[in-house]
Design a protein. Structure first.
Ligand SMILES: [Cu+2]
Length: 135
């Protein structure tokens, strides 16, 4: 009977030690795995968008990205001078006709934001806008 109890105790202690060691190894592996993930979320994915600006719309007019993405837009006006303004992300660009303009920003906050033309471009100027969705 005594031997059985001692045997049981060894199994319990041994098993506990085994689980402890396994957990220790596991958390170590998780730490190494989470470090690059953390770096990824800090740098963000790069989202490249080719945009056309014309009287009186942006194409595409809706952009959806993920929070933390680096959004790089190359916008080209195909008629008259336009602008691209996205105040929440400190973006204000002048788009001369026929000349691609590349600019970028980090989508560091979630929400729905309006970008718009801020260069007087004719009758429909005030309706020339689009939507940025950061999810
Ligand atoms: Cu305009």
């Amino acid at each position: 009977m005594k031997k059985l109890i001692i045997g049981l105790a060894i199994v319990i202690v041994g098993g506990g030690l085994f689980i402890f060691l396994q957990k220790g190894g596991g958390s170590g592996a998780n730490e190494t795995a989470s470090t690059p993930a953390l770096q990824n979320s800090a740098t963000g994915q790069v989202v490249e968008i080719d945009m056309t600006a014309k009287q009186w719309e942006f194409i595409p007019s809706v952009i959806t990205v993920n929070q933390g993405d680096l959004v790089r837009i190359t916008a080209t006006s195909i008629d008259v001078p336009h602008g691209f303004a996205l105040p929440e992300f400190n973006v204000s660009e002048y788009l001369p006709p026929g000349q691609p303009v590349t600019f970028e920003f980090v989508a560091d906050k979630k929400g729905t934001f309006t970008f718009f033309c801020n260069v007087a471009c004719g009758q429909g100027h005030s309706q020339m806008r689009g939507t940025l969705i950061v999810q």
